[in-house]
Design a protein around this ligand. Structure first.
Ligand SMILES: Cc1cc2nc3c(=O)[nH]c(=O)nc-3n(C[C@H](O)[C@H](O)[C@H](O)COP(=O)(O)OP(=O)(O)OC[C@H]3O[C@@H](n4cnc5c(N)ncnc54)[C@H](O)[C@@H]3O)c2cc1C
Length: 536
């Protein structure tokens, strides 16, 4: 029988958080680290070109392609829940938008029991991960992640910014600075027109270290437990064979907000009645596993555009040929655009201390928003998302087979405060587009259309047409209470030598896209792990 393999740390998931941990834990050469990734190397044309984003939304090589259960609150539809697969994880397929969130988000984490995670305590980690020339003091200048402002400008995007000004909204040159409020061009994780993933920033520079071992096509199917001590991981390899790998120090789950709770449950760690219903043994009762599933839910308002070409027409035929040439020669043009062009962080009521809604403006419109299939006639879209939803759902294993996806019940838009906020956000969006600066470009509001006026009509539109913007969090919530899954040092409560480090540990939603917050969590987690290693 082959000798069992053993490493100091085994990281499950080579995604956003996984790549950061792999780099930081191997830097001093003292620890051996194995990172297991179920997907592949994560390279390819669609990955590196930002405009490949829409292809990646459904690409089975790079995307797990989960779906929610149908729920009455969102029109009994199955909502698509893409998740990245391959080294880099969701940063391989995401929209690249970089948002730190608001200081209050992290202070709220600390107030809810995530001690040590207040804004003052996490801000240095954002700075450590960034390399950007945007903004002033407090922004990172030498970190691994390249962050650039979207370079392309279009008459209609400038007109939209002018319309926002006419509506009384401030212009904000850096929404990742002290105040998020206002409008401007998005910041994206790109370097000279290419996607810059966590694998580019963190894994590539560490890959040659002799103490870092990376295995792709390796699906962790179960955690190995000796009583309540985690000793390693069972792994299904590409050829279907299964092996067991020992962790001398710790196993770190970094499989993301969908798969980390799933793997805990497959290993018998979770809410006892849920485990039993799925035919799983109960090895350690931990009631919070898979609860607190929170995501950003967005509606997309569309207008027919006149007087200029939009991406609907310029991404096909001859104009697309010209764009490809421009991209190949100069790494510029519309192929450098991912999902966001102009941002807006608005207060739906002036008395609010901070924005409660985020906008995504782009001069393109979709015949099918779920798969980003573009319209043929000129159009523009304003995506509207509530920043800090309270609605929370669940994610639970359906059965003991690790190849069967978990059941996801997001419970989106169930909290009345969320409904009110989203409706208010859409009303402000319509008001901005009706300002004089947009008059010459807007031919008609297509969706929801001028017939939608009352709160009930707006809400009905949101329920039937919204999609998530792919930011699930919270399913292995960090905290100090009985329902928390991990403690503030990210240790799974009641289990030794096991931590979770990814989007699932966030106690509550941050105000904006989640990649930056996940990266901060992983940077801080690496420091915690190394401190604990020194004490061991
Ligand atoms: C389509 C899309 C668009 C998005 N757009 C943006 C955006 O523009 N800006 C932004 O800030 N955020 C965006 N996000 C969200 C952001 O990318 C995620 O919040 C973040 O990357 C999650 O990081 P993570 O480490 O938690 O998980 P991931 O990066 O998803 O990593 C998990 C990794 O674990 C692997 N894995 C899972 N299970 C196993 C297993 N059992 N064994 C081995 N490996 C396993 C997966 O294959 C994956 O590589 C988007 C996400 C998606 C999917």
């Amino acid at each position: 029988m082959a000798q069992r393999q053993a490493y100091d740390y085994v990281i499950v998931g080579g995604g956003t958080a996984g790549c950061i941990l792999a780099n930081r834990l191997t830097a001093d050469g003292k620890h051996s680290v194995l990172m297991l990734e179920a997907g592949g190397e994560g390279r390819g044309l669609w990955v590196s070109i930002p405009a490949g984003f829409s292809k990646l939304l459904t690409h089975p090589r790079y995307n797990w392609g989960f779906q929610s259960e149908p729920e009455a609150g969102t029109g009994d539809r199955r909502i698509s829940i893409p998740r990245g697969k391959g080294l880099g994880g969701s940063t391989l397929i995401n929209g690249m938008i970089y948002v730190r969130g608001q200081p209050g988000d992290y202070d709220a984490w600390a107030e809810r029991g995530a001690l040590g995670w207040s804004h003052a305590e996490v801000a240095p980690y954002f700075e450590r991960l960034e390399h950007t020339c945007v903004g002033a003091a407090g922004r990172g200048r030498g970190g691994p992640m390249h962050i650039e402002e979207v370079a392309e400008r279009f008459p209609i995007s400038d007109a939209f910014l002018e319309a926002a000004r006419q509506d009384g909204q401030p212009r904000n040159p850096d929404y990742n600075g002290p105040d998020q409020h206002g409008f401007g061009y998005y910041q994206v994780c790109q370097r000279r027109g290419r996607r810059w993933s966590a694998a580019d920033g963190y894994l590539a520079p560490a890959r040659r270290r002799p103490n870092l071992h990376v295995r792709t096509g390796a699906l962790a199917t179960r955690l190995l437990l000796d009583g309540t001590r985690c000793t390693g991981v069972r792994v299904r390899q590409r050829d279907g064979s299964e092996i067991e790998i020992d962790a001398r120090a710790e196993v770190i789950l970094a499989a993301g907000a969908v798969q980390s709770p799933h793997l805990l449950e497959l290993s018998g760690i979770g809410r006892p009645d849920v485990l039993q219903a799925a035919g799983l043994p109960v090895r350690h009762a931990l009631p919070g596993v898979g609860a607190n599933y929170i995501d950003h839910y967005a509606t997309r308002m569309n207008w027919r555009v006149q007087g200029l070409a939009t991406l609907n027409e310029t991404t096909r035929g001859l104009p697309l040929g010209a764009a490809v040439l421009q991209y190949l020669l100069r790494r510029k043009g519309i192929l450098t655009l991912g999902t966001g062009l102009v941002f807006g962080f608005v207060k739906t009521r002036p008395e609010l201390p901070a924005p409660d809604v985020q906008y995504f403006f782009v001069h393109a419109s979709y015949a099918d928003a779920a798969v980003r299939k573009l319209d043929t006639l000129p159009g523009m879209t304003l995506g509207v998302a509530q920043l800090r939803p309270r609605s929370a759902g669940t994610i639970h294993a359906a059965c003991p087979d690790p190849a069967v996806p978990p059941r996801i019940r997001p419970n989106l838009l169930s909290d009345p405060a969320d409904q009110e906020c989203l409706v208010a956000g859409m009303r402000v969006a319509r008001r901005i587009v009706q300002q004089p600066a947009m008059g010459r470009y807007v031919a008609a509001e297509l969706s929801p259309g001028p017939g939608v006026q009352t709160d009930a009509q707006w809400l009905d539109f949101a329920r039937r047409n919204g999609q998530t913007i792919y930011h699930p969090i919270g399913t292995c919530r960090m905290g100090s209470d009985e329902q928390a899954v991990v403690d503030p040092r990210l240790r799974v409560r009641g289990v030794q030598n096991l931590r979770v480090v990814d989007a699932s540990v966030m106690p509550s939603m941050v105000s904006g896209n989640t990649q930056a917050a996940v990266m901060m969590v992983a940077e801080k987690a690496a420091d915690i792990l190394l401190q604990d290693a020194r004490l061991r």
